[in-house]
Design a protein. Structure first.
Length: 250
């Protein structure tokens, strides 16, 4: 999805303004950092991972498929397979603050499970053993957002294995996303070419799609822990999809 801002400055006008007006620079950085971020909102990756570990092993499923109690209110679901929690009907300041904190934590869980690049670089990630990652991971780290001598922005980044995202979008979409601000003509041309190439790909047949989905289920990471927090389960779509995958004729 591309969002064009009406009457926005061109990339060159933006750079000129960044070099000439310090207040404009501060306001622009503040706004852009509110649109996307390259770090977890509620802690480091290690802290997010620790929250996702099952507190009570009785409610967890191990890699061999051990059973668990689906009726237990303490059973926590993978947030990428559950609907997001609705805001409370009473819009008090306290409730709003609590909901935002809950939303940010939920978004961090989604990002950890769906946006995080495998540090072991799985098959297809590199063209050769000693070649660089085609997805450009790990990303270079940056302690704060800065403007260089040419007017180019380099955003704050403290997590090397995730791309930039918007917490609210991750909370709502429950899947991998990449939110990027296009601040140069090169970036605009690249994204237009990418989208054009993507939408003009020939459609895959159903057999190929189901084989791909089954392979995803088969190779799913051990990091998808059962999470101990209350989530509203989604419709039985994942179950139906799983059945369809099993029915695929090899």
């Amino acid at each position: 999805m591309l969002i064009w801002i009406r009457n926005a400055l061109s990339p060159q006008e933006m750079r000129d303004a960044l070099l000439a007006d310090n207040q404009f620079t501060l306001r622009l950085i503040s706004w852009l950092e509110s649109c996307h971020q390259g770090d977890y909102a509620t802690g480091s990756e290690a802290q997010v991972r620790a929250r996702l570990l099952p507190i009570n092993s009785a409610h967890s499923m191990n890699s061999e498929g051990e059973n668990f109690d689906m009726d237990d209110d303490l059973f926590l679901r993978d947030p990428t397979t559950c609907l997001p929690r609705c805001p409370l009907p009473d819009p008090t300041t306290r409730n709003q603050i609590d909901w935002i904190r809950s939303m940010e934590q939920d978004a961090d869980h989604v990002v950890f499970l769906s946006n995080r690049h495998d540090s072991d670089h799985r098959k297809g990630c590199k063209k050769g053993k000693d070649k660089p990652c085609r997805a450009r991971f790990p990303r270079p780290l940056q302690g704060s957002t800065e403007v260089d001598d040419t007017g180019a922005l380099t955003f704050r980044k403290t997590e090397p294995w995730i791309n930039t995202f918007n917490p609210l979008l991750s909370f709502l979409l429950r899947c991998n996303s990449d939110v990027t601000c296009l601040l140069s003509g090169t970036q605009v041309h690249a994204i237009v070419a990418y989208v054009t190439d993507y939408i003009t790909k020939p459609t895959l047949n159903t057999r190929t799609i189901m084989q791909t989905v089954r392979e995803v289920f088969r190779t799913i990471s051990d990091d998808r822990f059962l999470i101990q927090t209350m989530y509203m389960p989604m419709s039985p779509v994942p179950t139906m999809l799983s059945l369809l995958v099993k029915m695929t004729v090899l």
